[in-house]
Ligand binder design. Structure first.
Ligand code: ZN
Length: 343
């Protein structure tokens, strides 16, 4: 049984509401070749961006179930309150419909925008109680009312985490918007290849220093892309914490938060040596299979030599994990993160 804990899905062009297209929030060309947001666009690189083809892709690749996160383009950072409310609602209704229509195939994630905190809390209530959703998706960073970027592991967001803890939700923390946050020229895909990993490590830095895995024990939080930079970075954080204790008033030691039982990481690191570090640092129980499909940075066979599940097969054949561990990462661990049975 294979469960993919990190997947994305596009609506059909005709399913996107006119207000989103008209305001340049998000659209997909009628021929399904490009997705667009204002002046930004990217090619649709695989048919499995869409539902029917996603189901075929799952069948073909022996993937039984996918956790469909929100579209990163719809985090609504910096968006005005009313428009944000409507866009978030569209995304969450879409994923709830997907889960309701295909309960065996999909678990839908829902997203909220932390800047509009009151609306975010109401939306959590609606998604949990009305839409039957239980995976809360958060951006690593959001733009506050003073146009300052903040980590989602910021005291401002504590009411969100308190409510998530109350409902015992699975939480996914996923990076985006690097080019808005980092003042560098957009070249060689640096924001996806370098800065996204740094953004995730940055939020993990605060999440653990604030002791949130202990403060919110009923939340099970998964960091996207294996929190790859955060795994390699632990020694430096410990050195800094011990070398300059004056900078860490009220924070807990970074070493306290290796192998937290309620913190998970997906397998999306594209490098078996990096996977081995993740395994040794966090333990097998904290790792969930995540493909980040259908993007070309996911484990996709649109990239030469790649296929869904490649890193886990490599780790197995190089005896870094056992056959049982391989199975746990594909199934049992994902179930523990989700906190629900699927079949
Ligand atoms: Zn993703």
């Amino acid at each position: 049984m294979h469960i993919n804990a990190h997947s994305h899905l596009l609506p059909e062009p005709g399913q996107i509401p006119a207000f989103m297209v008209d305001k340049g929030v998000f659209s997909i060309d009628a021929d399904r070749k490009f997705m667009r947001q204002g002046s930004w666009s990217r090619p649709v690189t695989d048919p499995s961006f869409f539902l029917r083809e996603k189901l075929e892709w799952m069948e073909h690749n022996h993937i039984d179930h996918c956790v469909v996160l929100n579209l990163s383009q719809l985090y609504c950072n910096g968006m005005e309150r009313n428009l944000c409310h409507d866009v978030i609602r569209f995304q969450n209704d879409f994923n709830a419909g997907l889960q309701a229509d295909h309960a065996h195939k999909f678990t839908g994630g829902f997203v909220v925008q932390p800047n509009h905190l009151e609306d975010a809390l109401k939306e959590i209530e609606r998604c949990v109680n009305t839409l039957n959703l239980s995976v809360l998706c958060l951006p690593t960073h959001f733009l506050d009312a003073n146009h300052q970027w903040r980590s989602v592991a910021d005291p401002w967001c504590e009411p969100i985490f308190e409510l998530a803890n109350h409902y015992k939700l699975a939480v996914e923390i996923h990076p985006y918007d690097g080019e808005e946050i980092i003042a560098l020229q957009d070249k060689f895909w640096r924001f996806h290849l370098v800065w996204m990993c740094a953004l995730t490590a940055d939020t993990y830095h605060f999440f653990t220093l604030y002791d949130w895995p202990n403060k919110y024990p009923h939340i099970r939080t998964c960091f996207a892309h294996g929190n790859q930079f955060g795994q390699v970075n632990l020694g430096r954080r410990i050195q800094g914490f011990e070398g300059r204790p004056d900078l860490f008033e009220g924070a807990v030691h970074p070493r306290n938060h290796a192998r937290d039982e309620n913190v998970f990481f997906d397998t999306l690191v594209h490098d078996v040596l990096s996977f081995e570090l993740l395994l040794k640092r966090q333990g097998c129980d904290q790792i969930v299979a995540g493909l980040d499909d259908p993007y070309p940075l996911g484990e996709m066979d649109t990239v030469p030599g790649c296929y869904p599940g490649k890193i886990l097969d490599q780790a197995l054949s190089e005896k870094i994990i056992t056959r049982e561990e391989h199975q746990s990462i594909w199934h049992d661990n994902v179930i523990r993160w989700l906190g629900k049975k699927i079949f």
